[in-house]
Design a protein around this ligand. Structure first.
Ligand code: DX5
Ligand code: ZN
Length: 221
């Protein structure tokens, strides 16, 4: 299996969104990561269903929608209708996690759960059968271009062990500060899906950077 790369559109040039999406496709991106922020769960504010719908029209790549919002269930129907392939909600914002994940799947989407750097992984142990993706945050969510938090590596290892022991084949994604200098250790720790914003969109050659990031991950049998 080779690493899956998910460019984060948060760092894209929105004046040229169609070109940015085409660049990601041409570079071999496996999916596009769409960061929805509400100014409440995180300090920053981004976009919602309208942008998901716009991107959906531009590409057939899977759309990996990351909901950094309180009461995420308020948006499930609209985001699914807009063309989200997967929706990842934060465990810190989801008191009824089991029901919320079930609803995402009911809508035909892949169900994901994200954990902030300080949230114990044990919080998701009892919902593993409901999960298609686990997202270990390697920055505090809210902004692109932040420094990778090294402790995330232990957390990826712990998550990989948890998934293996539960025979759960959910993807294990890492988000925040992923770049050439950090991706390989994340891969070796057991992550298989990598969100990268700044590393791709600020690269001299963004299209080539997607392959370069994947190339840092030695293929696991
Ligand atoms: C951070 C977002 C990330 C962000 C990553 O809150 O969830 O997806 O775009 O950006 P980089 O790769 O620049 O750290
Ligand atoms: Zn994200």
């Amino acid at each position: 299996m080779s690493a899956r790369i998910a460019p984060s559109l948060l760092s894209a040039d929105f004046a040229h969104l169609a070109d940015e999406v085409a660049m990601c496709e041409a570079g071999g991106a496996d999916m596009l990561h769409v960061d929805v922020m509400d100014g409440r769960f995180v300090p920053n504010l981004t976009f919602g269903a309208k942008v998901i719908e716009t991107v959906r029209k531009l590409t057939s790549l899977p759309l990996d929608v990351h909901l950094m919002v309180v009461e995420p269930e308020r948006y499930f129907d609209d985001f699914a209708a807009a063309g989200a392939t997967g929706m990842t909600i934060h465990v810190e914002a989801a008191p009824h996690l089991h029901r919320q994940l079930a609803r995402i799947r009911e809508l035909g989407c892949r169900a994901g759960v994200a954990l902030n750097p300080s949230t114990p992984l044990a919080h998701i142990r009892d919902v593993l059968p409901e999960l298609d993706l686990v997202l270990v945050m390697s920055v505090n969510p809210g902004f692109g271009g932040q420094q990778f938090i090294p402790r995330a590596l232990d957390r990826i290892r712990e998550a990989r062990t948890m998934l293996r022991e539960a025979r759960c084949d959910a993807a294990l994604e890492v988000d925040g500060g992923v770049a050439r200098r950090t991706i390989r250790s994340c891969w070796e720790a057991g992550a298989d899906t990598f969100v990268a914003g700044n590393a791709i969109f600020s690269a001299a050659d963004p299209r080539a950077e997607i392959g370069a990031l994947r190339g840092e991950c030695v293929v696991r049998a």
